[in-house]
Write a new protein. Structure first.
Length: 380
Protein backbone atom coordinates (compact mmCIF):
# COMPACT_ATOMS: atom_id res chain seq x y z
CA UNK A 1 0.00 0.00 0.00
CA UNK A 2 1.36 3.37 -1.02
CA UNK A 3 2.16 5.59 1.97
CA UNK A 4 0.27 8.94 2.02
CA UNK A 5 2.23 12.13 2.43
CA UNK A 6 1.45 14.03 5.66
CA UNK A 7 0.24 17.09 3.77
CA UNK A 8 -2.45 14.95 2.08
CA UNK A 9 -3.73 13.81 5.47
CA UNK A 10 -3.71 17.41 6.76
CA UNK A 11 -5.59 18.55 3.67
CA UNK A 12 -8.30 15.94 4.19
CA UNK A 13 -8.65 16.88 7.87
CA UNK A 14 -8.86 20.60 7.11
CA UNK A 15 -11.40 19.99 4.37
CA UNK A 16 -13.49 17.87 6.74
CA UNK A 17 -13.36 20.58 9.40
CA UNK A 18 -14.36 23.16 6.82
CA UNK A 19 -17.49 21.15 6.10
CA UNK A 20 -18.35 20.12 9.65
CA UNK A 21 -17.51 23.16 11.83
CA UNK A 22 -19.78 25.69 10.08
CA UNK A 23 -22.64 23.21 10.32
CA UNK A 24 -22.09 22.81 14.05
CA UNK A 25 -21.81 26.57 14.59
CA UNK A 26 -25.01 27.10 12.61
CA UNK A 27 -26.92 25.31 15.35
CA UNK A 28 -24.76 26.12 18.39
CA UNK A 29 -23.94 29.79 17.71
CA UNK A 30 -25.82 31.19 14.70
CA UNK A 31 -24.78 34.53 13.24
CA UNK A 32 -26.56 37.48 14.82
CA UNK A 33 -28.48 40.15 12.92
CA UNK A 34 -26.27 42.75 11.28
CA UNK A 35 -26.77 46.22 12.74
CA UNK A 36 -28.91 48.38 10.46
CA UNK A 37 -30.45 45.45 8.58
CA UNK A 38 -34.05 46.55 8.49
CA UNK A 39 -35.80 43.17 8.65
CA UNK A 40 -36.28 40.22 10.94
CA UNK A 41 -33.80 37.39 10.46
CA UNK A 42 -35.12 33.92 9.69
CA UNK A 43 -35.44 31.57 12.66
CA UNK A 44 -34.62 27.88 12.77
CA UNK A 45 -37.83 26.15 11.59
CA UNK A 46 -39.39 23.34 13.58
CA UNK A 47 -39.36 19.95 11.86
CA UNK A 48 -42.93 18.67 12.07
CA UNK A 49 -44.94 16.30 9.97
CA UNK A 50 -47.57 18.96 9.35
CA UNK A 51 -45.00 21.41 7.90
CA UNK A 52 -42.70 19.12 5.93
CA UNK A 53 -43.47 20.79 2.61
CA UNK A 54 -42.43 24.23 3.87
CA UNK A 55 -39.41 23.05 5.86
CA UNK A 56 -36.82 22.99 3.02
CA UNK A 57 -37.53 26.60 2.02
CA UNK A 58 -37.63 27.81 5.64
CA UNK A 59 -34.38 26.01 6.44
CA UNK A 60 -32.73 27.49 3.35
CA UNK A 61 -33.74 30.99 4.54
CA UNK A 62 -32.35 30.25 8.00
CA UNK A 63 -29.01 29.09 6.57
CA UNK A 64 -28.75 32.17 4.33
CA UNK A 65 -29.37 34.49 7.27
CA UNK A 66 -27.41 32.73 9.99
CA UNK A 67 -24.46 30.91 8.47
CA UNK A 68 -21.19 31.55 10.34
CA UNK A 69 -19.07 34.55 9.34
CA UNK A 70 -21.97 35.99 7.33
CA UNK A 71 -21.40 39.51 8.67
CA UNK A 72 -17.66 39.31 7.95
CA UNK A 73 -18.32 38.17 4.40
CA UNK A 74 -20.81 41.02 3.94
CA UNK A 75 -18.15 43.45 5.15
CA UNK A 76 -15.67 42.09 2.61
CA UNK A 77 -18.21 42.20 -0.22
CA UNK A 78 -19.34 45.73 0.68
CA UNK A 79 -15.74 46.88 1.05
CA UNK A 80 -14.83 45.63 -2.42
CA UNK A 81 -17.86 47.44 -3.85
CA UNK A 82 -16.87 50.64 -2.08
CA UNK A 83 -13.39 50.52 -3.61
CA UNK A 84 -15.06 50.47 -7.03
CA UNK A 85 -17.47 53.25 -5.93
CA UNK A 86 -20.34 50.89 -6.64
CA UNK A 87 -23.28 49.97 -4.47
CA UNK A 88 -23.40 46.33 -3.35
CA UNK A 89 -27.21 46.27 -3.61
CA UNK A 90 -29.34 47.20 -6.64
CA UNK A 91 -31.84 49.18 -4.55
CA UNK A 92 -29.28 51.94 -3.95
CA UNK A 93 -26.95 53.71 -6.39
CA UNK A 94 -23.87 55.66 -5.27
CA UNK A 95 -23.53 58.89 -7.22
CA UNK A 96 -21.00 61.68 -7.27
CA UNK A 97 -19.92 63.05 -3.86
CA UNK A 98 -21.50 59.96 -2.24
CA UNK A 99 -24.99 61.17 -3.17
CA UNK A 100 -27.34 58.19 -2.99
CA UNK A 101 -30.13 57.48 -5.47
CA UNK A 102 -32.92 54.95 -5.32
CA UNK A 103 -32.47 52.10 -7.76
CA UNK A 104 -36.16 51.27 -7.88
CA UNK A 105 -39.02 53.14 -9.58
CA UNK A 106 -37.11 56.43 -9.55
CA UNK A 107 -34.37 54.97 -11.74
CA UNK A 108 -36.91 53.33 -14.05
CA UNK A 109 -38.67 56.67 -14.47
CA UNK A 110 -35.41 58.46 -15.21
CA UNK A 111 -34.24 55.85 -17.76
CA UNK A 112 -37.66 55.54 -19.40
CA UNK A 113 -38.46 51.94 -18.42
CA UNK A 114 -41.26 52.66 -15.92
CA UNK A 115 -44.49 50.91 -16.94
CA UNK A 116 -46.88 53.83 -17.44
CA UNK A 117 -48.84 53.43 -20.66
CA UNK A 118 -50.50 56.25 -22.56
CA UNK A 119 -53.91 54.74 -21.82
CA UNK A 120 -53.27 54.54 -18.09
CA UNK A 121 -51.87 58.06 -18.12
CA UNK A 122 -55.01 59.37 -19.83
CA UNK A 123 -57.10 57.57 -17.22
CA UNK A 124 -55.19 59.34 -14.43
CA UNK A 125 -55.71 62.74 -16.08
CA UNK A 126 -59.43 62.04 -16.50
CA UNK A 127 -59.78 61.00 -12.84
CA UNK A 128 -58.18 64.27 -11.72
CA UNK A 129 -60.41 66.28 -14.07
CA UNK A 130 -63.53 64.55 -12.76
CA UNK A 131 -62.37 65.14 -9.19
CA UNK A 132 -61.83 68.82 -9.93
CA UNK A 133 -65.34 69.14 -11.40
CA UNK A 134 -66.93 67.40 -8.42
CA UNK A 135 -65.08 69.54 -5.88
CA UNK A 136 -65.84 72.70 -7.85
CA UNK A 137 -69.59 72.01 -7.60
CA UNK A 138 -69.12 72.03 -3.82
CA UNK A 139 -67.19 75.31 -3.91
CA UNK A 140 -63.86 73.60 -3.20
CA UNK A 141 -60.70 74.38 -5.17
CA UNK A 142 -58.49 71.44 -6.23
CA UNK A 143 -54.72 71.73 -6.80
CA UNK A 144 -52.43 68.94 -8.00
CA UNK A 145 -48.70 69.10 -7.24
CA UNK A 146 -46.01 66.65 -8.33
CA UNK A 147 -42.71 66.35 -6.47
CA UNK A 148 -39.60 65.54 -8.59
CA UNK A 149 -37.04 62.86 -7.80
CA UNK A 150 -33.45 63.71 -6.92
CA UNK A 151 -32.48 62.36 -10.36
CA UNK A 152 -34.20 65.34 -11.98
CA UNK A 153 -32.76 67.96 -9.65
CA UNK A 154 -29.21 66.62 -9.36
CA UNK A 155 -28.50 64.92 -12.71
CA UNK A 156 -24.84 65.93 -12.41
CA UNK A 157 -24.54 63.58 -9.40
CA UNK A 158 -26.26 60.60 -11.02
CA UNK A 159 -23.85 57.69 -11.71
CA UNK A 160 -22.52 57.93 -15.28
CA UNK A 161 -23.88 54.50 -16.22
CA UNK A 162 -27.44 55.80 -15.68
CA UNK A 163 -28.70 57.89 -18.59
CA UNK A 164 -31.87 59.97 -18.75
CA UNK A 165 -34.45 59.14 -21.37
CA UNK A 166 -35.35 61.91 -23.81
CA UNK A 167 -38.80 62.37 -22.26
CA UNK A 168 -39.80 60.75 -18.98
CA UNK A 169 -43.30 59.57 -18.14
CA UNK A 170 -43.67 62.69 -15.99
CA UNK A 171 -42.78 64.90 -18.96
CA UNK A 172 -45.51 63.22 -21.00
CA UNK A 173 -47.96 63.44 -18.09
CA UNK A 174 -47.38 67.18 -17.70
CA UNK A 175 -48.06 67.67 -21.40
CA UNK A 176 -51.20 65.54 -21.23
CA UNK A 177 -52.48 67.48 -18.22
CA UNK A 178 -52.02 70.75 -20.13
CA UNK A 179 -53.80 69.42 -23.20
CA UNK A 180 -56.49 67.19 -21.71
CA UNK A 181 -57.30 68.91 -18.39
CA UNK A 182 -56.15 72.55 -18.55
CA UNK A 183 -58.83 73.51 -16.02
CA UNK A 184 -57.04 71.60 -13.24
CA UNK A 185 -54.44 73.76 -11.43
CA UNK A 186 -51.29 71.70 -11.81
CA UNK A 187 -47.68 72.22 -10.70
CA UNK A 188 -44.56 70.13 -11.30
CA UNK A 189 -41.95 71.35 -8.82
CA UNK A 190 -38.88 70.43 -10.87
CA UNK A 191 -38.24 73.99 -12.10
CA UNK A 192 -38.64 75.33 -8.56
CA UNK A 193 -36.05 72.89 -7.20
CA UNK A 194 -33.61 73.61 -10.04
CA UNK A 195 -33.98 77.34 -9.45
CA UNK A 196 -33.16 77.13 -5.74
CA UNK A 197 -30.61 74.31 -5.56
CA UNK A 198 -27.74 76.79 -5.80
CA UNK A 199 -28.91 78.19 -2.43
CA UNK A 200 -28.18 74.95 -0.60
CA UNK A 201 -28.78 71.23 -0.92
CA UNK A 202 -32.51 70.51 -1.13
CA UNK A 203 -32.44 66.72 -0.85
CA UNK A 204 -30.90 64.41 1.70
CA UNK A 205 -27.76 62.72 0.41
CA UNK A 206 -28.74 59.40 1.99
CA UNK A 207 -32.50 59.43 1.49
CA UNK A 208 -34.77 59.75 -1.55
CA UNK A 209 -36.75 62.61 0.04
CA UNK A 210 -36.07 66.31 0.01
CA UNK A 211 -34.87 67.89 3.25
CA UNK A 212 -36.61 70.77 5.13
CA UNK A 213 -34.89 73.32 2.88
CA UNK A 214 -36.47 71.63 -0.15
CA UNK A 215 -39.79 71.44 1.68
CA UNK A 216 -39.61 75.15 2.41
CA UNK A 217 -39.19 76.13 -1.24
CA UNK A 218 -41.86 73.62 -2.29
CA UNK A 219 -44.37 75.09 0.17
CA UNK A 220 -43.56 78.62 -1.00
CA UNK A 221 -44.24 77.66 -4.63
CA UNK A 222 -47.49 75.89 -3.72
CA UNK A 223 -48.76 78.93 -1.82
CA UNK A 224 -47.80 81.16 -4.73
CA UNK A 225 -49.98 79.02 -7.03
CA UNK A 226 -52.92 79.25 -4.60
CA UNK A 227 -52.69 83.02 -4.14
CA UNK A 228 -54.55 83.61 -7.39
CA UNK A 229 -57.67 82.17 -5.73
CA UNK A 230 -56.82 83.01 -2.11
CA UNK A 231 -55.02 86.39 -2.02
CA UNK A 232 -54.83 86.29 1.80
CA UNK A 233 -52.10 83.64 1.54
CA UNK A 234 -48.52 85.00 1.85
CA UNK A 235 -46.53 86.01 -1.21
CA UNK A 236 -43.28 84.71 0.28
CA UNK A 237 -42.58 82.50 3.29
CA UNK A 238 -38.83 81.82 3.21
CA UNK A 239 -37.90 84.84 5.42
CA UNK A 240 -40.44 83.60 8.00
CA UNK A 241 -38.40 80.53 8.91
CA UNK A 242 -34.94 79.88 10.34
CA UNK A 243 -33.32 76.51 9.63
CA UNK A 244 -30.60 75.38 12.03
CA UNK A 245 -28.54 72.43 10.78
CA UNK A 246 -27.65 69.36 12.82
CA UNK A 247 -26.18 65.95 12.00
CA UNK A 248 -28.51 62.97 12.16
CA UNK A 249 -27.98 59.26 11.67
CA UNK A 250 -30.82 58.09 9.46
CA UNK A 251 -31.90 57.98 5.82
CA UNK A 252 -33.72 55.15 4.09
CA UNK A 253 -31.03 54.66 1.43
CA UNK A 254 -28.10 55.17 3.78
CA UNK A 255 -29.48 52.64 6.24
CA UNK A 256 -29.61 49.99 3.51
CA UNK A 257 -25.87 50.42 2.98
CA UNK A 258 -24.97 50.93 6.64
CA UNK A 259 -25.48 47.22 7.39
CA UNK A 260 -21.72 47.08 6.81
CA UNK A 261 -19.24 49.20 8.81
CA UNK A 262 -17.51 50.02 5.52
CA UNK A 263 -20.62 51.98 4.55
CA UNK A 264 -21.56 53.34 7.99
CA UNK A 265 -20.80 56.94 6.96
CA UNK A 266 -23.72 56.85 4.52
CA UNK A 267 -26.14 56.79 7.47
CA UNK A 268 -25.11 60.32 8.51
CA UNK A 269 -26.53 63.45 6.90
CA UNK A 270 -27.49 67.02 7.68
CA UNK A 271 -31.03 67.82 8.80
CA UNK A 272 -32.54 71.07 10.09
CA UNK A 273 -34.41 72.28 13.13
CA UNK A 274 -37.21 74.60 11.97
CA UNK A 275 -38.00 77.82 13.82
CA UNK A 276 -40.96 79.96 12.76
CA UNK A 277 -40.31 83.68 13.30
CA UNK A 278 -43.98 84.60 13.80
CA UNK A 279 -44.64 81.97 16.47
CA UNK A 280 -45.24 84.67 19.10
CA UNK A 281 -48.02 86.25 17.03
CA UNK A 282 -50.22 83.25 16.45
CA UNK A 283 -50.92 79.73 17.67
CA UNK A 284 -50.20 76.52 15.76
CA UNK A 285 -51.41 73.39 17.50
CA UNK A 286 -51.35 69.81 16.27
CA UNK A 287 -54.56 68.06 17.24
CA UNK A 288 -53.77 64.76 18.94
CA UNK A 289 -57.25 63.27 18.61
CA UNK A 290 -57.68 61.28 15.39
CA UNK A 291 -61.06 61.30 13.62
CA UNK A 292 -60.44 58.76 10.88
CA UNK A 293 -59.36 55.12 10.81
CA UNK A 294 -56.15 54.43 8.85
CA UNK A 295 -56.37 52.28 5.75
CA UNK A 296 -56.19 48.63 6.74
CA UNK A 297 -52.72 47.19 6.18
CA UNK A 298 -51.05 50.62 5.86
CA UNK A 299 -47.45 50.23 7.03
CA UNK A 300 -47.37 53.62 8.77
CA UNK A 301 -50.79 54.07 10.43
CA UNK A 302 -49.46 56.82 12.73
CA UNK A 303 -48.81 58.93 9.62
CA UNK A 304 -52.32 58.55 8.20
CA UNK A 305 -53.80 61.68 9.79
CA UNK A 306 -52.17 64.92 10.97
CA UNK A 307 -54.32 67.93 11.82
CA UNK A 308 -53.20 71.46 12.71
CA UNK A 309 -55.24 74.47 13.82
CA UNK A 310 -54.20 78.10 14.16
CA UNK A 311 -55.77 81.33 15.36
CA UNK A 312 -55.74 82.71 11.79
CA UNK A 313 -59.53 82.69 11.51
CA UNK A 314 -59.58 84.59 8.22
CA UNK A 315 -57.47 82.01 6.40
CA UNK A 316 -58.80 79.12 4.28
CA UNK A 317 -59.05 75.52 5.43
CA UNK A 318 -57.09 72.87 3.50
CA UNK A 319 -57.13 69.09 3.15
CA UNK A 320 -53.93 67.59 1.72
CA UNK A 321 -53.90 64.09 0.23
CA UNK A 322 -50.24 63.23 0.41
CA UNK A 323 -47.40 60.72 0.50
CA UNK A 324 -44.20 60.76 2.53
CA UNK A 325 -42.71 63.51 0.34
CA UNK A 326 -45.13 66.05 1.80
CA UNK A 327 -43.71 65.41 5.26
CA UNK A 328 -41.06 68.09 4.70
CA UNK A 329 -43.71 70.53 3.47
CA UNK A 330 -46.10 70.28 6.42
CA UNK A 331 -44.17 72.62 8.81
CA UNK A 332 -44.07 75.34 6.14
CA UNK A 333 -47.66 74.96 4.89
CA UNK A 334 -49.73 74.46 8.04
CA UNK A 335 -49.04 77.90 9.63
CA UNK A 336 -50.85 79.78 6.86
CA UNK A 337 -54.26 78.10 7.17
CA UNK A 338 -56.85 78.29 9.91
CA UNK A 339 -56.98 74.50 9.81
CA UNK A 340 -55.05 71.92 7.81
CA UNK A 341 -55.58 68.19 7.57
CA UNK A 342 -52.93 65.95 6.02
CA UNK A 343 -54.05 62.46 4.94
CA UNK A 344 -51.47 59.84 3.90
CA UNK A 345 -53.71 57.24 2.24
CA UNK A 346 -51.06 54.60 1.53
CA UNK A 347 -50.03 56.01 -1.88
CA UNK A 348 -53.54 55.71 -3.30
CA UNK A 349 -54.13 59.48 -3.76
CA UNK A 350 -57.86 58.80 -3.67
CA UNK A 351 -60.63 61.38 -3.58
CA UNK A 352 -61.27 60.53 0.10
CA UNK A 353 -64.73 61.95 -0.47
CA UNK A 354 -66.10 60.90 2.91
CA UNK A 355 -63.37 62.93 4.62
CA UNK A 356 -63.86 65.92 2.32
CA UNK A 357 -67.62 65.96 2.97
CA UNK A 358 -67.06 65.96 6.72
CA UNK A 359 -64.25 68.54 6.69
CA UNK A 360 -65.79 71.01 4.21
CA UNK A 361 -62.42 72.57 3.26
CA UNK A 362 -61.85 75.50 0.94
CA UNK A 363 -58.91 73.71 -0.72
CA UNK A 364 -57.98 70.13 -1.53
CA UNK A 365 -54.34 69.64 -2.44
CA UNK A 366 -53.18 66.35 -3.95
CA UNK A 367 -49.42 66.03 -3.60
CA UNK A 368 -47.77 63.16 -5.48
CA UNK A 369 -44.19 61.87 -5.73
CA UNK A 370 -43.64 61.54 -9.48
CA UNK A 371 -42.95 57.78 -9.72
CA UNK A 372 -46.34 57.22 -8.06
CA UNK A 373 -48.55 59.27 -10.39
CA UNK A 374 -49.78 56.05 -12.00
CA UNK A 375 -51.02 54.80 -8.58
CA UNK A 376 -54.10 57.02 -8.99
CA UNK A 377 -55.30 54.41 -11.52
CA UNK A 378 -53.88 51.01 -10.53
CA UNK A 379 -53.39 48.38 -13.18
CA UNK A 380 -56.55 46.30 -13.67
Amino acid sequence: MKERHPYQIITVILFGLLLIVPGILLFVQPERQVQGENRAMAKMPQLQLSTLDAFPHQFDQYVNDCFPLRSKMLDISFGLSLRQHRSPIPEVLIGQDDFLFSGKEERQLYEGTLDFSKERMAAVVDVLAERQARLSREGIRLYVVVAPTAYEVYPERVPPYVQRTEATATDRFCQMMAERAPQVPFLYLKDCMLQHKKEGRLYFKNDNHWNPKGGEYAASEILKMMRGDFPQLPEQIVPSFTLKPFVQTSGNLGNMLAVSPAFAHFAQDTNFHIHFADSALYELVEVVEKRYEPIQGFAYPWEYEHRFVTNRTGQPKIVVIRDSYAGAVIPFLAPWFRESLFIFDAWQYGDNWDIVVQEKPDIVLVMIYEPHIRSICPQP
